[in-house]
Design a protein around this ligand. Structure first.
Ligand SMILES: [Mg+2]
Length: 428
């Protein structure tokens, strides 16, 4: 009877996934090596420090980034094993800046073992000295996603298996819907949870303190959408941090009878004390997190009870490694996780891996199920997508298809917004 060892499983997984070349290389090593021999321990480099023993030598060989429409940046991390990992190291509107940040991190990663994910996270984050912020943590987030993707592919399992999952059988997702037509369309597609924004009057930005016409219009439009969603569906509302506290208070009270799923970014997340005050003023859960980075960013939100639905973005908050940590912190405060994601299929795939790894998952945001970008786009049924079963992030990027569909390259910019009455700068 043939004995199955971890080594033979790994060998088979690599061979199955990456063909004859990888198989030949692995067999070659197998002939002249035994498990745990020095030869099979990945060499320590001058900068790597102590690291766990590994049975195979796997090294990162190249980091490649390319702009992807409408506003994304994809990272393709190459290894000497032929395995590639994918990530989205992007801050919206700063794709080229993020590509440069990845380029500046590349020399650290070249020659390193991609499987030491947490070790690399720590090195990239802490050795920067100036830590955090949207650009550096977005670059780190995409790299972290690619490292997990490679690790899962090498072991032949989804990332959630490596994080102790699955914790659920299917994953709830929500869709954006701003109009009654949007709600009807999304419902027909299978969604049961939605998110809208406060309706504007004559398309102008909300004022510091709004009048009755603005509030009444916002309530009327929300009520119409909620009616279509039905009592057994959910409709959240995102203030985008663009509503000033005076107007936010008015909206929060007026919307309460319609029981929104959540109020998102009711004010700018920099004002944690102000958000905590608003959280105490309503029984509807407050949500925030798309512009908050790392466990250190979310600590104050939790400690001050400013929100009980955390929305870390897998592409900004520090990747899978860090969002898993944030979910653990949230659990201690009985708070839930609803990953933010207005980006692409890699971000979605990373969020689904988190959803399948944690106990306190609420709902996953998405704006695309991957059509045009991945070979087997996700499908929604009864408001849920199936648990991914493929190795790593569980998706296969359709590089040729993206080229054929002219999805490579963009010059997307953040919009400029000015007050309709006096031309001053306003949030959007
Ligand atoms: Mg938002």
């Amino acid at each position: 009877m043939k004995t199955i060892t971890r080594r033979s499983l790994l060998t088979n997984a690599v061979a199955a996934s990456f063909g004859g070349v990888a198989m030949a290389a692995t067999n070659k090593k197998k002939k002249k090596s035994t498990a745990y021999s020095e030869e099979l321990v990945a060499p320590r480099t001058k900068t790597q420090g102590l690291r766990p023993k590994a049975k195979e030598i796997v090294k990162i060989t190249k980091l490649e980034t390319f702009l992807v429409k409408p506003r994304g940046l994809f990272l393709k991390m190459h290894t000497n094993a032929g395995v590639v990992g994918w990530g989205e190291p992007i801050t919206e509107g700063r794709a080229l800046t993020c590509a440069t940040a990845v380029k500046e991190i590349e020399p650290y990663l070249i020659g390193k073992d991609p499987r030491n994910v947490v070790h690399h996270w720590q090195a990239i984050y802490r050795h920067a000295f100036y830590r955090g912020g949207p650009i550096l943590t977005s670059a780190l987030s995409g790299i972290d996603q690619a490292l997990w993707d490679i690790k899962g592919k090498l072991l032949g399992v989804p990332v959630y298996e490596l994080l102790g999952g699955p914790t659920r059988e299917r994953i709830r997702v929500y869709a954006h819907a701003r109009t009654p037509e949007d709600i009807k369309k999304r419902k027909a597609e299978g969604f049961t949870a939605f998110k809208c924004g406060p309706a504007k009057v004559k398309d102008r930005a909300p004022r510091l303190v709004e009048n009755r016409a603005y509030i009444d219009n916002a309530i009327e439009k929300f009520a119409a959408l909620k009616e279509l969603v039905g009592k057994d569906g959910d409709l959240g509302i995102d203030f985008h941090g663009a509503i000033q506290p005076g107007t936010a208070k008015l909206l929060i009270k007026a919307l309460e009878p319609y029981q929104p799923f959540f109020y998102e970014e009711v004010i700018n997340c920099q004002d944690v004390d102000g958000m905590a005050e608003l959280a105490k003023s309503t029984h509807i859960p407050l949500a925030t997190g798309e512009r908050i980075f790392t466990k250190w960013g979310f600590r104050e939100i939790l400690e001050k009870r400013a929100s009980i639905i955390l929305q870390p973005d897998l592409c900004h908050a520090g990747g899978i490694t860090e969002v898993r940590n944030i979910a653990g912190m949230a659990e201690a405060y009985y708070a839930s996780i609803a990953p933010h994601n207005p980006l692409g299929p890699i971000s979605l795939a990373a969020g689904l891996q988190i959803a399948a790894s944690i106990p306190n998952f609420l709902c996953q945001e998405q704006v695309s199920l991957g059509e045009g970008y991945i070979k087997n786009p996700f499908k929604v049924r009864e408001g849920f997508v199936d648990l991914p079963t493929g190795p790593g992030l569980g998706i296969e990027i359709d590089e040729e298809g993206m080229k054929e569909r002219d999805l490579i390259g963009h010059d997307w910019k953040n919009q400029e917004s000015y007050d309709a009455d006096d031309g001053s700068v306003v949030d959007w």
